[in-house]
Unconditional design. Sequence first.
Length: 280
Amino acid sequence: MFRLTPSILATPSRNQSAPTEQQRLRDANRAGAATLAGAGLLLAIAMAAPAAHAEEAASAFHPSANIGVASQYVFRGLTQTNGRPALQGGFDLSHDSGLYGGTWMSNVSWISDTNPAASASLEADFYAGWKPALNDWLNADMGVLRYAYPGSYPVGMTHPDTTELYLGLDAKWITFKYSYSLGNTFGAADTRGTSYADLGLSHELLGGITGVAHIGRQRYTGASASALSYTDWKLGLTRDFSGYLLGLFYTDSNASDAGYTLKGKNIGRSQLVLSMTKSF
């Protein structure tokens, strides 16, 4: 805090002559100017502090976006577009604390392919979570994810909208994630507690090419658990070309014909996917 001591407050010594009225006026003007200068400085500091704090707070947030195309959309080993191309994209916002949220979208066809009376060609995912650093090589990841499929559905059809809680660990090039469904799962009624365990590996091989491997286990609950549960796997390569990520993947699964045959084809059997994604 500033303490201003203008000369008008000083007491003259005995051998000093009393100041004239003109001197008093000059001293008062100087004191007023000093007081105004001090007040202006305090005001500038008060205004600058919140601005600096706001700028610092804003810099802790990190927005990003992505858009991409794929020869087909494969999710957990199952083609979602019946072998047809997909346009995909999303937006994310993360914070230095590890908190994050975002959305991601893609066209799909499996809903109307399964039931022509349904009209739903979009998957919109919404998620939020926290990814704290446990040490310099291990991160945790926990959150909630909502898969939404807006559209029109015939009476009596179980909606495919699905909500999952997830918990994961990220150890640089090895990741593990466990997801748990809170209700009906992708159109299967009475399947609360359905889970998916996902183990992934990603490591640079040579010349900027990264190798990708994955194995996952989808375990359903409910009356159709044996027909719907399966294991899937993936092998692939990615390469970054000036911000454009090109990927080539092979996926397969042991999904049963009884649970996953669509238009005469098992949608969980060998798939080849070529994709290109641009991040901003």
